[in-house]
Design a binder for this molecule. Structure first.
Ligand SMILES: CC(C)(COP(=O)(O)OP(=O)(O)OC[C@H]1O[C@@H](n2cnc3c(N)ncnc32)[C@H](O)[C@@H]1OP(=O)(O)O)[C@@H](O)C(=O)NCCC(=O)NCCS
Length: 152
């Protein structure tokens, strides 16, 4: 696998995306949750397609200038090939001109994801104690500012 395309998720992709979600996370979103998200006008859900297969996905919501990345996942077989970075960049590119920042939570033990986010300009802005379950763990709150925020 050397090539992939990033595109918007369609209803047909949902079973594949939900299967990746189930493989990667202990409290996965259901197919219904992804279907609801697809109908949510503030959400952008992208998939990475490698050949005939969905290799990864990422989901972001933008509300009143604030973007929040719900999740990103790449199947183990397809990692370290630039797919995670491409999904993150495509989410950022999808933000409107009004967007001031993108924020996300990440498990403090998740070195791979934290490295990815830092390399793309995200900085740690806080800690959410006990944010995750199964297993319980604190989250780093990481944010990338897209515009200079002027305090009035
Ligand atoms: C985090 C994740 C999405 C990265 O996806 P990916 O396609 O492998 O990422 P990329 O190939 O684009 O890597 C981009 C950069 O991230 C960092 N990175 C990614 N995986 C890494 C690892 N295992 N160890 C150290 N750094 C890593 C590196 O800086 C890498 O750049 P490099 O390959 O030039 O060194 C993937 O590991 C994943 O799906 N993990 C499980 C789900 C998850 O934890 N999601 C995040 C929830 S907050």
């Amino acid at each position: 696998m050397s090539e992939f395309v990033i595109r918007k998720m369609t209803a047909d992709d949902i079973p594949h995306v939900a299967a990746i979600e189930k493989e990667l996370f202990t409290q996965p979103w259901s197919e219904q949750a992804f279907a609801d998200e697809l109908n949510n006008k503030s959400a952008t859900i992208l998939v990475a397609q490698a050949g005939g297969e969905i290799a990864g996905f990422a989901d972001m919501r933008e509300i009143m200038g604030e973007c929040y990345i719900n999740n990103i996942g790449v199947k183990a077989l397809y990692r370290r090939k630039g797919i995670g970075r491409a999904l993150m960049q495509a989410l950022e590119d999808s933000a409107t001109d009004e967007a001031e920042f993108i924020t996300l939570e990440v498990r403090q033990s998740n070195e791979a994801a934290i490295r990815l986010y830092k390399s793309m300009g995200y900085i740690k802005v806080g800690t959410r104690r006990g944010f995750y379950e199964q297993p319980t763990e604190d989250a780093d709150l990481m944010t990338k500012y897209l515009k200079r925020v002027v305090m009035k």
